[in-house]
Write a protein that binds this ligand. Structure first.
Ligand SMILES: [Zn+2]
Length: 198
């Protein structure tokens, strides 16, 4: 059962857990480079242009107290990484992303990554598997999964839809609990191992 409820923030509530889990299984069966890109879209909740940016931008070796415009990555003991991105374009804001560490590392190893051909191919491949699915659906699925554990407001922080001041608060004080909740949310859908296998 698919009940789309579009709001001003293009949120989509996929109300049925079994439906969502079945669709996630289709997506996570994908292997190779396409599988890696699909996982990045799903687990990072980054927008397409943000994925391209996160692949290209260099990573700063400093962790704390740095104001440079590079990416800053903190690896957590629960096998997730917090990637501080802080890239804003108009109303689209990207503060930070929680990504399984191994997936982030494999993504960064891709020799090239652009909208065309990488995201475009992944999009076509997803649609061919199931016409209801597409690359944008990955963000909606992430939001729905996160809302099983996080408050909708927190899921929006992760999806880059929160106010800057709220996102800064979370980036400074709540990252450990958020990364724990992130892992718990996926495990509610039977996804206990978020690593990517080659
Ligand atoms: Zn820096």
């Amino acid at each position: 059962m698919f009940i789309p409820t579009n709001t001003e923030h293009d949120k989509l509530y996929i109300v049925d857990d079994n439906y969502l889990e079945a669709k996630l299984r289709i997506l996570l069966e994908m292997k190779g480079e396409i599988g890696l890109i699909v996982r990045m879209g799903l687990y990072s909740v980054l927008r397409e242009e943000e994925l391209v940016y996160a692949h290209k931008k260099s990573v700063c070796p400093n962790l704390a107290g740095c104001n440079c415009d590079k990416l800053h990555v903190m690896n957590k003991p629960n096998k997730t990484s917090i990637v501080l991105i802080q890239w804003h374009r108009g109303h689209k804001k990207c503060y930070f992303s929680i990504i399984p560490t191994n997936l982030w590392q494999e993504f960064r190893k891709l020799p090239s990554f652009d909208y065309n051909p990488h995201i475009k191919s992944a999009h076509a491949y997803i649609k061919a598997k199931d016409p209801i699915l597409n690359f944008m659906w990955l963000r909606k699925a992430h939001y729905n999964v996160m809302c099983r554990v996080l408050k909708p407001f927190e899921a929006n922080v992760l999806a880059g839809r929160a106010k800057t001041v709220d996102a800064k608060h979370y980036a400074m004080y709540e990252l450990d609990s958020m990364s724990k909740n992130y892992v718990d949310a996926w495990s509610k859908f039977g996804l206990d191992d978020l690593s990517v296998k080659q």
